[in-house]
Write a protein that binds this ligand. Sequence first.
Ligand code: MLT
Ligand code: MN
Ligand code: ZN
Length: 306
Amino acid sequence: MRITVLGSAAGGGFPQWNCNCRNCAGLRAGTLKAKARTQSSIFVQPDGGVDGVLFNASPDILEQIRSKPVLQPARSLRDSAIAGVVLMDGQIDHATGLFMLRERKGALPLWCTDPVAEDLSQGNPVLRVLDHYCGVDRHRIALDGGSFAVTGVADLSFRALPLSSKAAPYSPHRDRPVPGDNIGILISDDRSGRRAFYAPGLGQITPEVFDAMALADCVMVDGTFWTDDEMPRLGLGTKTARDIGHLPQSGPGGMIEWMAKLPQHTRRMLIHVNNTNPILDEDSDERATLTRAGIAVCEDNMQIDV
Ligand code: MLT
Ligand code: MN
Ligand code: ZN
């Protein structure tokens, strides 16, 4: 399969419009060795295939589509390589781009869990609004361990895992989580037998989550924060990484420790990086620590063949 990273930043992107943290200010001033990043999304195609699956619909989707010709194969007057959309949660950075697909001819094929469909019909009624445009052909992602396929995308199958992370602030489950608020996806290429695990928001690595990661040839997981107190320490509110459902990379029980337990051959990548995270500075000690641990930081437009 081929994975194209459309957006590798967390909500807000990098630089964030109103932020003057060391990273955002340094990138604007040209004094920081770092790359700008749009908000959280990947596109996955089977080997040799044109049509693929969009994971998450970012607020930056139009810019992402414009900069990636692979998403516009131009086979007809109105065309797109997006055969369907799969949502990992109902947060702003993963759902707002659905509005931008409203010109689609015919209902938009969309896979999400029941709690996400509920949040996107009530707290933030994107799906109801889209009914006035192209409409949504919603498919339910079950949490029974079964796999699903996306019509028009040969060879790929998908299995969802409920994750402990965080529903959006407009969700009635924000502080009373239910299974399916957030999911990770194990993507299998049934022809090559290769697998990838994608989880941009991941608060806790349970045995089930670790098993799915260990099955994958490539893991692309939560790279939001380096430390648990990253935001409060910068004076940006009081919430820790764990409070908002993200496992920090450093420290005991952090993502780096978990990734070290994966099989040697596993390709390790961080995605959904918050603009405050020191790993965005390519000259930082934190980035050097990741490199020594064999962990890459996703960048927009990266193509990953799994
Ligand atoms: C998160 O995952 O916590 C977000 O990126 C939230 C947001 O989009 O504001
Ligand atoms: Mn997010
Ligand atoms: Zn910033």
